[in-house]
Each structure stands twice: as C-alpha cells, then as structure tokens.
Design a protein. Structure first.
Length: 306
C-alpha cells in the first residue's frame, strides 16, 4: 500500500476503519495476543538527549539511577514476568551502548533465561557491534528491540545526539546477525500524520517482526512535559493504520496506554493490535497484572464472537 492508499484508509469513518483493521488482524495474525514483560536493567545517566526520555542526563527528572543488574537479578525478573503470563522478556538498558563486559553479563543472563525461566529472551541494549550481536545470539537471544521512534523528518526535533539513520542501521545489523527485530516508536510527541505514515512504511520496509506502539507520557523535567495529549481517536486510527500496513506483524500496545486509553483499554484490540506489554515499563508504572490478564480474557471473548 502506498502513501495515497494509506491516506484514503485513514479518511474512512472510524467504524469502517476499525472493521478493515480487525479483518486484517484476523487474516494476518489470527486470534492470539502475545504478552511481554521488560526489565529496566540499567537505569538513568544516559548521555543521549531524547526529548521524551526521563533517563537522559540532559533533563531534570527524579528517577532512580543504577548500574547494570547482575545475571541473577535479571534471571529473577524474567521468572517473575513468566509468572505474570508473559511469553517474552526484554532486558533493557539505558545509554547508547554497552561495554563488551556488560554484554557478557547480559549474555550469561540470556543463557540462564533460555534454560530455566520458561520464557523467550529479548534485549534492548542500544547500538551494538557485530561481535556483541554474535555473543548474544550464541547465548540464546531470539529477538532484539530497537525503536526507530518516529519519522526521519521529525526525529531531528526530538533527538540531536544521534541520527535516525543510526537507529535504522542498528535494526539492519540485528537482522543481519540472524535475530528477529522488535521496532516501533512513540506517538503523541507532536508529530504529523505524515510522520506516522512514514514510520509505518519504514517499519514495513525494514521487515521487522514486532511493532510496539508507545503513547507519550509527558514526564516532568523533559522537554515534552507540556506536550498536548494525543486524542483517543488518533491513537486508535494510528493502531489501525499500522495493522493494515504491516499486515501479519505483531502490533503491540506498550507504554502510555493507561494514560491515553482510560476506560477504553479493549479498543486497540478492535483496531488490530495483537500484543501487549504487561508488568510496567522503564520508569513508568503500568496497570496491575491481574487487570491486564482480565482484559485479555475479555478480548478473547469478543474475538470468539467474530
């Protein structure tokens, strides 16, 4: 589908758009919801200046800072994610990249997770070299997470310390290493519809496996703390557009859903989503796990009536 076709889809009445997205979800990925959990394995003190992020040293936020967690701490968090009902567990670290010694710690944790935790290991460790990707893959890493965040055009407005092209190159490097890739971005940062369309088309071109859709939570002390809240309609239309463009990929609802979807938590799944992050995020708490599991049960009941 080209840009013109996407704009035509987005101009449909909401009922028709939701029907088209739900049909694309049923035809492309069936009726399963994939749940994942993450761990903030190294927090704060990041030298990048991403305008949305509480972990940057360029912003004044009140978040905990700590070095890389130990292997055993990471494995324990993976086991908890499994008990929560997650099928995937992401190890996430702040900063542009890890040292080789830190990569070895994560690799050791991945190996233990794959053997003993009963959950598939993913990682989001910034920009890595070929050797580091190889070490992680040999340890059992299945999937690498690296968001492109937004369009290349808008990216310059939210980050100055590295380029959009660097994000893209890391996604390609992970794929070249034989890893699956989870890559998406954030909506509600002031981007245009053209930016959202560009992001969807780029993710399709990169052939990523999973697409997390984060919704900005304006955090005090960041440059986007006063950003106007995105409308519920725009959130749902964006998710529907991503489903239609990306066909059989996992479209995963992630951070910010609690802030943006109050009272309408099931609606993204009617708009084509088939994945969700549970158990909290990096610096923002999520809903209680039992509430999210109850939501999943309700969505399955709705889907069973289709």
């Amino acid at each position: 589908m080209d840009r013109r076709g996407i704009k035509d889809i987005l101009s449909l009445p909401i009922e028709e758009l939701l029907a088209a997205a739900d049909r694309a979800r049923r035809e492309g990925s069936g009726g399963r919801i994939e749940l994942c959990g993450i761990m903030n394995a190294r927090s704060g003190a990041c030298g990048e200046d991403c305008a949305f992020c509480a972990q940057s040293v360029h912003h004044r936020t009140d978040i905990p800072e700590y070095p890389l967690k130990t292997r055993d701490q990471i494995v324990a968090a993976a086991k908890q994610a499994r008990r929560n009902g997650a099928k995937r567990f992401g190890i996430v670290t702040s900063g542009g990249r890890l040292s080789r010694e830190e990569v070895e710690v994560v690799a050791a944790a991945v190996g233990e997770i794959e053997k003993r935790a009963g959950i598939s290991a993913c990682a989001s460790l910034g920009t890595l070299d070929r050797g580091s990707f190889s070490v992680l893959k040999q340890a059992g890493l299945r999937r690498y997470h690296h968001n492109i965040e937004t369009s290349g055009r808008f990216y310059r407005d939210i980050v100055s310390t590295h380029s959009h092209e660097e994000r893209i190159n890391t996604v390609k490097a992970a794929k070249n290493a034989g890893l699956e890739v989870c890559s998406g971005g954030i909506i509600g940062m002031g981007e245009s519809w053209d930016d959202r369309i560009d992001m969807a088309l780029l993710l399709k071109e990169l052939d990523v496996d999973s697409v997390p859709v984060n919704i900005l939570v304006p955090i005090q002390g960041t440059p986007l703390e006063g950003c106007e809240k995105i409308s519920l309609s725009d959130v749902i239309r964006t998710i529907a557009m991503f489903r239609i463009v990306l066909q059989d990929r996992t479209i995963r609802i992630a951070a910010g859903r609690e802030h943006a979807l109050k009272g309408f938590e099931a609606l993204p799944f009617m708009a084509g989503a088939n994945g969700m992050m549970i158990g909290g995020y990096l610096t923002v708490a999520g809903r209680p796990v039992h509430e999210d599991l109850a939501l999943v049960d309700e969505v399955y009941k709705l889907w069973s009536k289709e």
